[in-house]
Design a protein around this ligand. Sequence first.
Ligand SMILES: [Zn+2]
Length: 149
Amino acid sequence: MDIQTCPRRMHEMGPWSREEGQDKWLDSPRRQGEVTPYCSFCGSLHPGKFLELVAKGWAVGPTDKNYKAYLHQVVNGPMRTGIPGQRLPEVEQFTRAKFYFQHLSDAQQIQFIDLYNEGSMHFAMPGHFYVMPFFMRLASSPERPDEGS
Ligand SMILES: [Zn+2]
């Protein structure tokens, strides 16, 4: 198990120690279908795994927090459920993990932005971010010109 330091331990208010090297990446799923490894401190999926699965076409599930997203596996159907006569809808999404953007390094933030800008990133409902991740800003709003005050 890899020792790591959760960025949330270091940068958020809380009654915990701010020493390095106290956290781990855990491999035992907490519920059926969860992808791992996840942070022993905050529960976030590993950032490398998150980026790998987003690049593979898994859907980013927006939240109302600028530091949190879900990750959904998208299964194209129709597919059999194992119950006679019952089939899943055309597209089914399964929540497989939560992710806290604080876990992205600077280079990984750029990878995520590149995936977003390529237009190939899949989103779960409603199909876009409610609030952008804290390290992202839409480029469409031009800088306000300095009025020379
Ligand atoms: Zn963490």
